[in-house]
Design a protein around this ligand. Structure first.
Ligand code: FER
Length: 305
């Protein structure tokens, strides 16, 4: 699915359809994008010093016998901003018992996906999390995988045409989904126990919404973030505030991914301004779940600790 979509996008670009400004209105919740896109990849790649890539251990994404397994549950909630009943998948670790409180990682999908993308398109988030739990490598957390296309028709068939709806998701997330999760699950409700990360369009959303709501999310991750990523100076209007309130700004992108400029522009800004920020260049990798699984594996170990 993603491959087909991507090929279609590439064909559009080849035809010169996005040679100038993008046709996608209202990115980043209606805030202006600023700057232009460097073609398909959004921003041109900025020269930055990448953080060290360390391969994930063999088997981190393989189902293992003899360990406790979590469950994935499809939930439905009423969305005030969209005006519909919406769906999300929730991973609950084996240790979730409804008594102890857990942190919450909101894990977002890409342009061709929906609340099932991580589960069904090769992300194996439940397996990665089960293995991390079994090895004692993560703090207590549940993982919420919503549909980030905040529109009445939120079908993945919307493709690029639904790109603007991704920019509207913050209202649904903050106004309806988070309150639903915090009412119906045994979770902490402070920003230090809330993380947001995602792949591609979901990476851009995570950076935009996470850094745009420092009082709501202390941990922010962008995996192969798409051109919906706001420019750094807009994302971070107050350098000191980010330094004080954000506890983790973590990114990864494939070295062969044309979208890497969206991540390097932010990394460069952070480096210039003394903001702690990680950007790993996954060697020679493209825009795919190899990178995103690696992203989840690493990001999950760094949060709520
Ligand atoms: C673009 C290229 C890729 C773009 C979005 C994407 C909005 C998203 C890709 C994905 O989510 O996988 O020019 O513009």
């Amino acid at each position: 699915m993603k491959k087909v979509l991507f090929t279609a996008v590439l064909a559009l670009v080849a035809a010169g359809a996005s040679a100038q400004e993008p046709n996608f209105p209202a990115f980043g919740g209606g805030r202006p994008m600023g700057g232009g896109f460097g073609g398909f990849g959004g921003q041109q790649q900025t020269n930055v010093k990448f953080d060290e890539y360390k391969a994930a251990p063999q088997g981190f994404d393989q189902e293992r016998d003899g360990i406790k397994k979590g469950t994935v549950k499809l939930i439905e909630y009423e969305s005030e901003s969209v005006g519909t009943t919406r769906k999300a998948n929730v991973y609950l670790p084996a240790s979730y018992d409804g008594k102890k409180k857990f942190g919450v990682l909101y894990l977002l999908h890409g342009i061709g996906g929906d609340e099932w993308e991580w589960m069904n398109d090769g992300g194996v988030p439940n397996i990665i999390m089960d293995n991390l739990y079994a090895d004692g490598k993560v703090a207590d957390m549940i993982v919420v995988m919503p549909n980030g296309r905040a529109a009445k028709n939120d079908s993945r068939a919307g493709g690029m045409g639904s790109a603007a709806a991704f920019g509207e998701f913050d209202k649904d997330l903050l106004g309806s989904l988070i309150p639903y999760i915090e009412k119906n699950f045994s979770v902490y409700t402070d920003k230090d126990h809330r993380a947001i990360a995602g792949l591609s369009m979901g990476g851009g959303q995570s950076l935009n919404f996470g850094l745009g709501n420092l009082d709501k999310f202390a941990y922010v991750g962008g995996f192969s973030s798409a051109p919906n990523t706001m420019r750094a100076a807009q994302l971070i209007p107050d350098v000191e505030k980010v330094k004080k309130e954000n506890k983790l700004l973590w990114m990864v992108c494939g070295g062969a991914d044309g979208l890497i400029g969206n991540s390097t522009q932010l990394k460069a800004f952070c480096d210039e301004n003394g903001i702690p920020c990680t950007l790993i260049n996954y060697p020679d990798e493209g825009h795919n779940f190899v990178v995103w699984k690696y992203g989840l594996y690493n990001f999950a170990q760094l949060i709520f600790k």
